[in-house]
Design a protein around this ligand. Structure first.
Ligand SMILES: [Zn+2]
Length: 241
């Protein structure tokens, strides 16, 4: 394993006005990503610290422009900052609706939304549109085409058995360029297809050993997929490599 391949955050990629900044993606801690164009501001995986990170780069009015949030799956290191972000938008008097896309069947996301609504609904001036995704239909928001795709992530249940977690990757197309974000996944044919020929692929390499490759990918697996894209970042790499 080449140490140089370890991610050093933030990771930034830009082609004209198509811009992505990965503030971090650290297993069991947090992931936080922003994608922008001249007309769009999306958050992908609002992990813990996302509001603090946005606040370093953007003024209040710019944070209020975030229109769409994409959540790959319900694990806390991918959505731990959602509550504070939603609250900030409420306190700062956001009025425009906010869309949240997430894999159908994620109990964490729906629970956060329901709890948030029950606490803040009386003072909220904006609507949250929860959009659960159960297929791979492409849609367009703010001039960016988005293709969600299922990936292959798991977690242990109460009996210690490994069970699938509803999990998505997202591919973003804009101005002839594409960014493929795989979320958390073990080796996934869908990801292999979607990452291929992307201008940027963001691939998790969360498995330290072959034995962990049921939940995450090893550096070798992730690199092999990344190599099929024009450029790639390996993310979600655990400490200890
Ligand atoms: Zn996960």
């Amino acid at each position: 394993m080449n140490k140089k391949k370890l991610p050093k955050y933030p990771l930034i990629w830009q082609k004209d006005d198509f811009y992505i900044k990965i503030y971090c993606s650290i297993p069991n801690i947090a992931t936080g990503i922003i994608i922008t164009t001249d007309k769009a501001k999306f958050i992908v995986d609002p992990g813990d610290g996302i509001l603090r990170d946005l606040n370093k780069d953007y003024k209040k009015d710019e944070i209020l422009e975030v229109s769409d949030i994409f959540i790959s799956h319900g694990h806390h290191d991918h959505l731990g900052g959602l509550w504070s972000l939603l609250t900030y938008l409420c306190v700062m008097k956001r009025t425009k609706p906010l869309n949240i896309y997430y894999p159908a069947g994620s109990p964490e996301i729906e629970s956060i939304y329901n709890a948030f609504k029950s606490v803040y609904e009386h003072e909220m001036e904006y609507n949250i549109n929860l959009k659960s995704i159960s297929d791979s239909k492409t849609f367009t928001k703010k001039g960016i085409k988005i293709k969600p795709f299922k990936v292959n992530h798991r977690e242990p249940n109460d009996d210690g058995e490994s069970v699938p977690v509803p999990s998505l990757g997202f591919k973003f197309f804009y101005n002839g360029k594409s960014i493929c974000y795989g979320g958390d996944t073990a080796y996934s044919e869908n990801l292999v297809k979607m990452a291929k020929d992307s201008d940027l692929a963001i691939i998790e390499a969360g498995a330290l050993t072959e034995e962990e490759a049921e939940l995450h990918m090893t550096i070798d697996q992730a690199s092999e997929i990344g190599e099929t894209a024009d450029e790639y970042f390996l993310v979600h790499v655990p400490d200890g490599i």
